[in-house]
Design a protein around this ligand. Structure first.
Ligand code: GLN
Length: 303
């Protein structure tokens, strides 16, 4: 009988990592996900007539975000300004640059990007990239933004695949993995990066996600071991099976929110992220049940 192992990610909090990360350090991801609190956005502060330093700009925008109830005000302004300075974090910018005046062009860029954040666009979409484990991924709406908790899911899968393949570099040769709902490619690309012999079939119902996974794979030099298909497991189960039957592992961070909770999501989520990547139906289990039905058919006997 097939011993299927299916990995499903849940949004658990994780501890901080050394890279760009929102929601990694306590502070209540659930609050961020579920709060229905949203205020009308008034205008952005006027572009300063006098020159301004990066630290002054960060302070000004943090205050503005706080006034407007924008979540993670401090992190938002610091990540955006670091990005404009060509860095990932303010901590990694040489201290002298933070107290120098910004050029007019950079000031305008800060204003443009921070104004997007003021309209509740997630920072990850504002700067069009984010870190996931050891990868930097391109991100754009409406493709689901990888959550820090999913990094833990990748660790679990890696541990399991390594255990199954036994010791020795390259011993995972021949292993294949199917990902249902690849989004930006975070899970598939992390697995490919960590296991140099692995091959992955990544599926998503959304063409935007398929395109973005492909783009990220090419940028990271991982395209040759990845096959990406636009396929909806709820509708085209047959074609999914014919494309990628007999896999070593099946991994997914599927939509699992209750439909009735979709209306109380934070504006960052409901305005910008694809609802199909979040809404799991009445009991949150629509896609999960389908994945569990397909699992014994997709997985190899040792899968
Ligand atoms: N697998 C992707 C991620 O975890 C997309 C998940 C989704 O669309 N629900 O980021």
């Amino acid at each position: 009988m097939t011993q299927g192992l299916v990995y499903l990610a849940m949004w658990r909090r994780t501890l901080s990592t050394n890279h760009r990360c929102l929601g990694c350090r306590g502070g209540g991801l659930l609050k961020r996900v579920w709060s229905a609190h949203s205020r009308l956005v008034s205008g952005a502060p006027a572009l300063p007539a006098d020159r301004i330093t990066a630290l002054q700009a960060a302070d000004l925008w943090r205050t503005r975000f706080e006034e407007e109830g924008v979540t993670e005000p401090e992190e938002s302004s610091r990540y955006i300004i670091a990005h404009v300075l060509g860095a990932k974090t303010m901590e990694s910018v040489e201290p002298e640059r933070l107290t120098e005046h910004l050029s007019r062009g950079k000031t305008e860029q800060v204003w443009q990007l921070c104004t997007r954040r003021l309209s509740r666009m997630p920072v990850q979409y504002v700067i069009e990239e984010w870190d996931f484990r050891d990868l930097t991924l391109k991100l754009r709406p409406p493709v689901f933004i990888p959550r820090p908790e999913t990094e833990e899911l990748v660790e679990l899968v890696l541990t399991d695949l390594r255990r199954k393949s036994g010791p020795g570099v390259g011993s995972e040769s021949g292993q294949t993995c199917v990902e249902v709902g690849c989004g930006s490619g975070a899970i598939s690309l992390s697995l490919l990066k960590s296991l140099p012999q692995l091959r992955v079939f990544a599926l998503d119902r959304s063409q935007d996600a398929v395109d973005l996974t492909g783009e990220n794979a090419s940028r990271l030099g991982l395209r040759d071991r990845l096959q990406i298909y636009q396929a909806d497991v709820m509708k085209n189960a047959e074609s999914v099976l014919s494309l990628c039957g007999s896999a070593s592992a099946l991994v997914s961070n599927p939509p699992y929110l209750f439909s009735e909770d979709m209306a109380s999501l934070e504006p960052e989520i409901y305005r910008y992220e694809d609802p199909a990547a979040l809404d799991g139906g009445e009991d949150g289990l629509n896609v999960i049940k389908q994945i569990l039905t397909l699992a014994p058919l997709v997985l190899s006997d040792q899968g």
